[in-house]
Design a protein around this ligand. Structure first.
Ligand code: ATP
Ligand code: MG
Length: 744
């Protein structure tokens, strides 16, 4: 049911219609959230076809996600014929398509493979030993993030050498440059390219083989880019080259919604558009069609606090609507329960689950929310995150636990023997496995006997086996949460993640913190050991699997959406919850130490608020469990900036007076967010305030082993280890920090 040509522009307001009627030459649509930028872009495409007789096969539109591309095509198909011939894709899938067709011109062989993040790591791990200036303990993830950054900026190995600082993310720049060169050579020898190459190799192809560029340009006479504020240098260059001949480039964006700077996005690309194309027509849209006036005013108020910005007008079209509600729950569980309760209420009033979304800053926050929803049978789908127990770091630590309980678990061993790296290479491991097979024993036994199996590096395998023995002995000594934490810290896994020193590593650390929390909470209402916890966790993750499956096409569509604020960009929902509006979460603690970090977090919050059409909830937890310990929190500084823009409600939704816990009041202690919190003693453990915690000879009591006496003490502080003789259980070695011992 397509609309007639004359009707097309009539469905837009005058400013939108002007932009949609833009025929040739460069154009910039710059406007705030919900002002119809994406809608205008789609109508412009339809109008080009209907009114200006452009062939659909000559139109390209680049979007941020594949899902957005599919939606855009769908919308266009309702407006005009031939939408299936439109080229709509992300930058990356456009790159794949171009390189598949023409990659041979720059030496890519037919059938090249695309390496994912893990494959990249495998190459880098291999290279580390051979590059001068890299210690054996160099973290390959740090190298990978250097390469990613280089690629999003179109830097060559030579550019790394010319870097103004001697070190890049802690790696000597000559070493970084050399790794880059060898990594590229290795990849090429394996006939592979990585994600970054999808853009950079396309750029190179266009530059080196102008004939190819022309062929592609014939297929992209009219180019559109949505969310232009989040393009990086490489994507910018790709766009520039594509548009260089015909100059029919229309980009749309909102500088206030630039939220990927940490991944190399450069807000300057949109701000400089008029410099790059002095003849560009600029269209501004000033009416917001998405949100109620109350929601929009809140968003406007917030974003005014940013100093680095281009002022824009954004007026509501809708009525004031319902008040924005804020609820500060007692703790994170209360927060989840409040959200679940409100969702249930709205559902009873006839709002579909799929019209509601819960947005959070970090994936780790989803677990508690998921549990609250599950308790009251609210269907949920999680966007952009694997189920909690499927995450790699969670599986790794649970594999450590499995192997501790069952030293014959070879699958777990193979999973973790190289995480973190312990100097046991692939060949050594292969020999150990072979020996284990011949002798029909677990691989761990082979590790114990490594001296007779390996010529070199046997000590590394033996060390690993001894470490696992120590873990096995500790299984019964600690509560499930404490045991997991003991594994995380003692296995070297935490240090490995810390050394990554990037957002991804930080996210993984947060997920592990959540795992410890989960075990602590589990222990509150279950009797049992870590082994019992593992069983429950395994069941949970298979439930997760089922749920992921039901997310697919033929499953009930009606589910609440859970996702990060980043993933919510461009989307809209009638009812939106933004959870965790606390200092250290939003803004995140990392943002506080980075220049411009708070402004980027404010833009992220702005993106979140402007997803809401009719109802918006903001929530916080007065106490939040982090790393197995409950801390009291402070309200996000952004709440203060919202002024009187919201009403505070209690857990029943009754309006209560809002007494703000402002960050100013807490200023003196706010610095604690600036450091990664050092994990403190687990609940129930007396904090080790003094290095004199144990000297030997003390009488102690252990929750499981009963009464005992300290025979020997080694180490101090967090590392202090005691050897205790228990009347019932004999002699045990325990790390004081984890053991929950009491002096008697
Ligand atoms: P964002 O910055 O979040 O990407 P946007 O500027 O791309 O937002 P759209 O998603 O295109 O905004 O539009 C927001 C909502 O307003 C959509 O539901 C859209 O259909 C509606 N809308 C936009 N313009 C009009 C209009 N002229 N008449 C009716 N509805 C409109
Ligand atoms: Mg949009």
């Amino acid at each position: 049911p397509q609309v007639s040509p004359s009707d097309l522009l009539a469905q837009l307001n005058p400013n939108q219609a002007q932009a949609a009627d833009h025929h040739t030459g460069p154009a910039l649509v710059i406007a705030g959230a919900g002002s119809g930028k994406t809608r205008t872009l789609v109508y412009r495409i339809a109008h080009l076809i209907q009114h200006y007789d452009v062939h659909p096969g000559e139109i390209l539109a680049v979007t941020f996600t594949n899902k957005a591309a599919a939606e855009m095509r769908e919308r266009a198909s309702h407006l005009v014929q031939g939408a299936n011939q439109l080229w709509m894709s992300t930058f990356h899938s456009a790159g794949v398509r171009i390189l598949r067709a023409y990659g041979e011109y720059i030496g890519l062989k037919r059938g090249f493979v695309i390496y994912d993040d893990d494959d990249q790591l495998d190459i880098l791990k291999d290279l580390i030993g051979n590059v001068p200036g890299l210690g054996p303990d160099t973290n390959p993830r740090v190298l990978r993030s250097i390469l990613d950054k280089a690629k999003s900026n179109l830097w060559t190995p030579g550019d790394l050498l010319r870097h103004p600082e001697p070190f890049i993310s802690g790696i000597r720049k000559d070493a970084a440059s050399e790794v880059y060169t060898r990594y590229e050579a290795r990849k090429r020898a394996q006939n592979a390219i990585d994600f970054g190459d999808l853009i950079t190799e396309t750029v190179r192809l266009f530059k080196e083989v102008p004939g190819v560029l022309e062929r592609v340009q014939d297929r992209a006479l009219f180019i559109h880019v949505d969310e232009y504020q989040d393009t990086n240098k490489a994507q910018y260059e790709l766009t520039r080259l594509l548009a260089s001949r015909d100059r029919n480039l229309l980009v749309v964006g909102d500088p206030d919604q630039s939220i990927y700077r940490f991944r190399g996005a450069d807000i300057q690309n949109i701000l400089d558009f008029q410099k790059d194309y002095p003849d560009a027509k600029v269209y501004r849209l000033e009416h917001n069609y998405r949100s109620s006036a109350r929601v929009l005013n809140l968003a406007n108020k917030l974003i005014e606090n940013n100093t680095e910005r281009l002022e824009k007008v954004l007026r509501p079209v809708k009525d004031s609507g319902e008040p924005v509600l804020f609820h500060r729950a007692n703790d994170h569980r209360g927060e989840g329960d409040f959200v679940a309760e409100q969702i249930t209420l709205h559902h009873h009033r006839g709002i579909k689950f799929s019209d509601m979304a819960i947005l959070y800053r970090t994936n780790a926050q989803s677990r508690v929310i998921e549990e609250s929803l599950r308790r009251v049978n609210i269907p949920a789908k999680i966007v952009g995150g694997v189920g909690f127990y499927d995450r790699r770091e969670i599986r790794d630590i649970l594999s450590y636990a499995r192997l501790s309980i069952n030293p014959a678990d070879d699958v777990a061993l193979r999973r973790i023997i190289g995480r973190p790296r312990r100097g046991i290479g692939d060949t050594a491991l292969a020999k150990l496995i072979e020996w284990a097979n011949i002798n029909k024993v677990p691989i761990l036994v082979a590790c114990h006997n490594a001296e007779q199996i390996l010529e070199r590096g046997a000590n590394k395998a033996v060390e690993f086996a001894n470490l696992m023995d120590a873990f096995s002995e500790a299984v019964e000594a600690y509560s499930p949460g404490a045991f997991l934490r003991y594994l995380i810290e003692t296995s070297g896994y935490l240090d490995m993640l810390k050394a990554e020193n990037n957002n991804e590593g930080q996210a993984r650390i947060e997920n592990l913190e959540e795992l410890v929390n989960a075990a602590e909470e589990w222990a509150q209402d279950h009797e049992g050991t870590i082994a019992d916890f593992l069983d429950d966790a395994a069941l949970l993750s298979s439930v997760d699997d089922m749920r992921t499956k039901t997310e697919n096409k033929d499953a009930p569509e009606d589910a609440v959406t859970l996702m990060t604020l980043h993933n919510a960009k461009g989307l809209e929902f009638p009812v939106v919850f933004i959870v965790g509006t606390e200092e250290g979460l939003l803004p995140s603690k990392n943002a506080l130490i980075e220049p411009g970090g708070v402004e980027e977090e404010r833009r992220l919050f702005y993106v979140g608020i402007t997803r809401a059409m009719d109802r918006l909830y903001l929530t916080a937890a007065q106490n939040r469990m982090q790393y197995g310990k409950t801390n009291s929190t402070e309200d996000s500084r952004f709440l203060e900036e919202l002024g009187q823009g919201f009403e505070s409600v209690d857990q029943y939704g009754q309006v209560v007076e809002y007494t703000q816990k402002t960050w100013r009041d807490y200023r003196p202690t706010a610095t604690r967010h600036m450091n990664t919190p050092t994990p403190t003693a687990v609940k129930g453990t007396s904090p080790l305030t003094s290095e004199l915690a144990y000297r030997g000879g003390e009488k102690v009591k252990h929750p499981k082993f009963g009464d005992g006496q300290v025979l020997a003490v080694a180490g101090v502080g967090d590392k202090q280890e005691v050897t205790v003789h228990f009347a019932s259980a004999g002699v045990k070695k325990l790390i004081v920090k984890f053991a929950n011992l009491q002096k008697v």
